[in-house]
Design a protein around this ligand. Structure first.
Ligand SMILES: Cc1ncc(COP(=O)(O)O)c(C=O)c1O
Length: 514
């Protein structure tokens, strides 16, 4: 900020923008905010920002190793291929690429969609496809089409953090069903649906990411897929199947999509973001015709149509050669990065931590001991110039406080090793400090260097003391815990985190050796 307290345009010579005079912009004062607050729609009061998007500004800094984004590595796409494709578009379809397109998308792009879906074992009619502005827009349009304020959406716990702002801006009541290594627990889903029914409520849809879940890294088993579509069919509840990662499989056999098991109650969403480029901002939905029509009208109001330039790019890319060659090259790179991250976790994280072992996708979900708050930990990690997504971003009710999402696709192998080493160090400091303060004895060596400042230690000690007091209260209040008479980790965290702890804990073989 300048000495006069005014923010100036960071790049006053951007063409077309204040090229000759940098017009100073004033920061919003509390009074300004108050003035506009009365204008805001009711829904803005429950709107939640995406922690991931908020983090992006921080993690975009060059000096931060970001394991926070959900970023594919776009540097792997050959620049000369990009140039050649754009050149073809310029030569053959310049005016059309620069023009508006149909709301539902160009027929040639729908053909590309059909080819991608065929690669995942689905045969579709291109009339069933709506080309969208990313997979994100499918979530938005489904909400726009199906939700009234207060309607229930069932999602996994944890769920895709980027879906939460969408659900919240349509004022959905999100109910989360826990997961384990086989994905959403469908028995719990049934019990949840029964409970909702008893109170006269019926979810408008069930949102799930069955393949290589973001953020959990797990995949729904075939048995559960069958169960889920059975439940949805019997109860006539829509399932929104979000499948951006299905083709990013590093090991094991592909499982049928929910859409291939049932196309009556499943809305299918996917995207070119992870198999080609998120920059093209193109995804798609396949849905029963009446729903698709409403979504299309919704899309007219949102953006008229998705970018024609991007659509021409995608179709030129598919015309130019085997589209899946690039995906295969990504698989090699991401598989190695996943393995590097798993090895680094085993080397640098304390044995109290656990993590998932994804067979595909972009994410590992790591769970710390319950006394570690990963939102606090992120502040420490940022001081070490490394970032991750704190687990709470994937819950609507404050759960996930000791978990973190780690992305292994966006940075190279050295950066992954170094990033995990740095996070491991801050985690180990916390574990050691907890051990010292509670007399429980940390299971890790004390940090090798004086990383934590006196203020950090004091603040953490105060927080841990408060947590212990609250935990003791919970233990006293919980008959089951009191009966056990112990102060086990599960007792300390209480019911909801106890569930979470069970949910994504790893079998011993994925834990740190030794
Ligand atoms: C599960 C899930 N759904 C949707 C999206 C949005 O993808 P897109 O870039 O296609 O909008 C993402 C992006 O990371 C995702 O992980």
């Amino acid at each position: 900020m300048s000495p006069d307290g005014l923010e100036r345009d960071p790049d006053p010579v951007l063409p077309g923008r204040n090229a000759h005079s940098a017009v100073p912009r004033r920061r919003s004062s509390a009074r300004d905010i108050q003035r506009y607050a009365s204008l805001f729609a009711q829904r803005t009061k429950v709107m939640r920002s995406s922690a991931m998007r908020d983090l992006m500004a921080l993690t975009e800094r060059e000096d931060v190793i970001s394991l926070a984004g959900g970023m594919p590595d776009t540097s792997t796409f050959p620049a000369d291929s990009y140039a050649a494709l754009m050149n073809t578009i310029a030569g053959e379809s310049c005016a059309r690429a620069l023009q508006y397109g149909p709301t539902e998308g160009f027929a040639r792009v729908k053909e590309c969609v059909a080819r991608v879906m065929a690669a995942e074992g689905m045969e579709i009619d291109t009339d069933e496809v709506l080309v969208t502005t990313g997979g994100q827009q499918v979530i938005d349009l489904v909400c726009k089409t199906l939700l009234d304020p207060g309607d229930v959406v069932v999602a996994e716990a944890p769920t895709y953090p980027g879906a939460i702002p969408t659900f919240s801006s349509y004022e959905a009541d999100v109910v989360q069903v826990t997961m384990d290594r086989d994905g959403m627990r469908v028995h719990e889903l049934e019990a949840t649906l029964d409970e909702l029914e008893r109170s006269g409520r019926r979810p408008k849809f069930i949102y799930t990411v069955p393949n290589f879940h973001n953020p959990a890294g797990v995949t729904m088993s075939l048995e559960r897929r069958r169960e889920l579509v059975r439940i949805a069919g019997e109860r006539e509840i829509i399932v929104l199947e979000d499948n951006p990662y299905g083709l990013l499989r590093y090991e094991g056999e592909a499982l049928p999509t929910l859409h291939s098991l049932d196309d009556e109650f499943v809305i299918y969403a996917s995207t070119f973001s992870k198999i080609l480029s998120p920059g093209v901002r193109l995804g798609w939905a396949v849905a029963p015709a009446p729903i698709l029509q409403k979504m299309q009208i919704g899309k007219q109001g949102s953006d008229l149509c998705s970018s024609s330039i991007s659509q021409y790019f995608v179709s030129a890319y598919f015309d130019a050669g085997p589209w899946d060659d690039y995906v295969r090259s990504l698989l090699e790179i991401y598989r190695r990065r996943r393995d590097v991250m798993l090895d680094a976790l085993a080397e640098h994280f304390p044995r109290e931590a656990e993590w998932t072992h994804p067979r595909g996708g972009l994410f590992i979900w790591a769970t710390m001991p319950d006394y570690i708050d990963t939102t606090d930990l992120l502040a420490r990690a940022l001081r070490e110039h490394v970032a991750f997504v704190p687990g709470r971003a994937a819950f609507v009710d404050g759960r996930g406080g000791s978990a973190m999402r780690l992305n292994f696709s966006g940075v190279d192998e050295d950066a992954i090793r170094e990033g995990i080493r740095r996070i491991g160090e801050v985690v180990r400091e916390q574990v050691a400090m907890y051990g010292t303060l509670t007399g429980a004895g940390g299971s890790v060596e004390p940090p090798r260097r004086e990383a934590a400042s006196r203020a950090d230690v004091t603040a953490a000690a105060a927080r841990i003391a408060a947590e212990r007091a609250a935990a003791a209260e919970r233990t006293a209040a919980a008959p089951r815990a009191a009966e056990a008479g112990g102060d086990s980790a599960a007792d300390r965290v209480g019911r909801t985190d106890e569930d979470l702890a069970k949910v994504l804990h790893m079998p011993a073989k994925h834990k740190r050796a030794g």
